[in-house]
Design a protein around this ligand. Sequence first.
Ligand code: MEV
Length: 450
Amino acid sequence: MQPIKGFSKLSKAGKIEWITNQFFKDPEAAYELLSHYWHSDEQVQKLHDEFIENTVTNFYMPYGVSPNFLLNDRLYTIPMVIEESSVVAAASKSAAFWLGRGGFKAHVVSTKKIGQVHFIWHGDAEKLHAYMPELRALLLAGTEEITANMRKRGGGIVDIQLVNKTDQEPGYYQLHATFETRDAMGANFINSNLEEFARILRRSLEQDARFTPEEQEVTIVMCILSNYTPECLVHCEVSCPVDQLADGDDYTNEEFVEKFTRAIRIANIEPYRATTHNKGIMNGIDSVVLATGNDFRAVEACAHTYAARDGQYRSLTNVEVKDGIFRFWIEVPLALGTVGGLTTLHPMVKFSHELLGQPNAEELMMITAAVGLAQNFAAVKSLVTTGIQKGHMKMHLLNILNQLEAGEMEKERAKTYFSDKVVSFQAVAEFLKKLRGEPAVQILPGKKQG
Ligand code: MEV
């Protein structure tokens, strides 16, 4: 096959025609499938088409809701976009558990974001440092137009520092800037300021006779926000007397505390476990981030860097038992926005924000952290008591039944049959075979019955 030239210039129909003819045995069926996922409202489809380049169709993800989240004494029903079967159920179970125990309490620790101009400069480092107050004033004055609106909203440039990294890379310096972007995620705002900083830096040095000809030259490497935002931090916690924990389950309060706190300690000392532990937290966090039109890749990258901030990758949650009170909390950086980006464009994102009562960015940070904490509580609780597979495979049963093309009656019969049995693909396949009166044979996942 030859590479295609000018693919992005083709019409949508042209792109589809090329893909379906190039890669599919049955191009018509492939076309049918793509068109099946187009939105019936042309305007909505156009919106989707224009979000990215080369859109050929839409990719659906389930949009679920988790009700009864009591957070800072207010009840929320939280939208969650996720494909994994048990995540919404786990969050909801946790929300119900904490509803009767005071709910989630959260506060935003700080909301600062970082951007850097990375540049190469050779000269007298002390001279450059001494020039910094003057340069800082020039940078602030030169970006006044870009920051005007943000300053009206209480945000803007908080600080600009010169960082000398020449001990690690020849001539490598940074302008390390701190921003407050209020309810915007702020990526465009930060990047526009940084690019202007770079222009001002270059211009001001090349015109300044206090610097030697070599010092008047700056090589800008790049200007970009950092997705590591340890100072855009939210804290969320739950707590209750230890004697309210077991809740009539199969273990005592004390047994639960021992099992649960040990699991959190393990996630703090063992990176293999910490990664899975934090993945569970991100199941909750990402699903809200997606539903509210935020950048889940940025949030993911940041959370994991934060989890490794002391040099070892650790749990994002922690637990403490003191004076008979069980306290479980998360502290996580979440750079979220409630204005700009998809929040004003994507109809379902708008729906999510209305469902949440039009939160501002700080409120959304707290809501999202609560879901992460809830998710982790549910996961660790199951892991150290019943095991994860019981709940997980119950939710997965429906996926297996759909894969095996079960009818509604068959699904109902399977749900009853597996209510007290271990669910596996093979077991469900055997069950359906028997139900359909066919001889039981080995069926492999992913293969349809012939
Ligand atoms: C599965 O998506 C998430 C869990 O593995 C999280 C955990 O182990 O804590 C259940």
